[in-house]
Design a protein around this ligand. Structure first.
Ligand code: 5GP
Ligand code: MN
Length: 343
């Protein structure tokens, strides 16, 4: 299926063939399954097609995604900035994946501020704020990984999609749909899933690595959150969980350990809005989820410098945890009408 404007595809195809050899792919900060999966999937195809492609992630990513890469793939900017600077300086082209705002590149944003090379954006977040030279943006798809598959198809590069790329792209789709439980009602996605499985993607292994691969401490941290830290506001159909730096340390926190915690309160009958606050370095990082029509991305954008999708978004604040939680609690009455709506 060709989802994109044919003219743009032709232009990109000609430009890639004529002017591009070295490519750097960058997904968003705090990369999740779709960020890593879409980036490594595209990277695999581009390298197989004869380009010199590298993935640079702004910061560390969950260990359960390690198997999709290899030693030094992807490179982590916070850990090997000099090597990353070299690759960026030599690149003929950049692919930005799974984000709609340059702020989401973390410290890489500053280094790329003087970039004059062309940028291709492939993303499924609403309202892209990035002025890319070529935009492949569609909010209707399940994931950026799904869009990457379509992009590869549109570039006539599907022959270069091997088993590694297929596993990476299917990881992106499965991660962003919660194993086909949301954002997954459009038939073309299942065609793509079929094509990825045909190319050797291992759906069981992906599910095992995403959902049944945690440390004992992480399971106990989840139990602690649900039994001790979950606060429900029945009148606002809202739930809140928060973790201090001390609590995270106590449970030997690693990146990715709290992934998905924010979803659990939505399985409480009546709850339509869930928030998860955690202390991270000198700020508080927040995840929001909702069921139905409540726009968590607007809420996050207005009050917590964030954004994302209607039902899944995130943000951050420099306020202390105590003040951030007070702000959140004080805001709820303003949203009572929206939260009470039949979702
Ligand atoms: P998560 O809660 O899993 O970190 O993120 C959920 C969604 O919100 C993802 O689509 C992610 O890209 C987006 N998101 C998370 N944090 C931020 C943020 O600080 N700013 C913006 N603009 N989007 C975010
Ligand atoms: Mn995504």
């Amino acid at each position: 299926m060709k989802r994109f404007d044919l003219n743009t595809c032709q232009k990109v195809n000609e430009w890639l063939k004529k002017d591009v050899k070295r490519i750097v792919i960058i997904p968003h900060i705090n990369p999740d399954g779709d960020a890593i999966g879409s980036a490594l999937g595209l990277n695999d195809v581009l390298n197989n097609a004869g380009f010199e492609s590298h993935v640079i992630v702004p910061n560390d990513f969950p260990v359960y995604l390690n198997w999709l890469g290899s030693v030094g793939v992807p490179l982590i900017y916070e850990q090997s900035s000099e090597q990353c600077h070299k690759l960026i300086d030599q690149a003929d082209a950049f692919f930005f994946l799974d984000f709609n705002d340059l702020k989401r590149m973390g410290k890489l944003e500053e280094y790329l501020r003087t970039n004059t090379k062309k940028v291709v954006l492939i993303d499924h977040h609403p309202d892209p704020q990035i002025k890319a030279d070529f935009m492949f943006s569609d909010t209707n798809v399940s994931s950026t990984a799904e869009l990457v598959y379509d992009f590869v198809d549109a570039m006539d590069m599907l022959d270069h999609l091997g088993v590694n790329g297929a596993n990476a792209l299917l990881t992106g789709i499965i991660a962003d749909t919660g194993s086909f439980s949301h954002n997954s009602s459009r038939p073309p996605m299942y065609h793509i899933v079929g094509e990825l499985i045909k190319r050797g993607a291992d759906k069981e292994k992906i599910n095992e690595s995403l959902y049944n691969n945690f440390s004992e401490k992480r399971m106990r941290l989840l139990g602690y959150c649900l039994s001790e830290k979950m606060e429900i506001f029945p009148q606002y159909r809202t739930a809140l969980i928060w973790l201090s730096a001390e609590e995270l340390k106590r449970f030997d926190f690693h990146p990715g350990d709290t992934e998905g915690f924010v979803n659990y309160p939505l399985s409480v009958k009546g709850v339509v809005f869930s928030a998860f606050f955690m202390e991270k370095h000198d700020q508080v990082k927040i995840s929001f989820r909702s069921k139905g029509s409540f726009p968590t991305n607007d809420f996050s954008g207005v009050h917590f410098s964030g954004g994302g999708h209607r039902n899944a978004s995130g943000g951050e604040t420099k306020l202390s945890m105590v003040d951030a939680l007070s702000l959140f609690r004080e805001l709820l009455p303003q949203y009572s009408e929206l939260l009470e709506k039949d979702c």
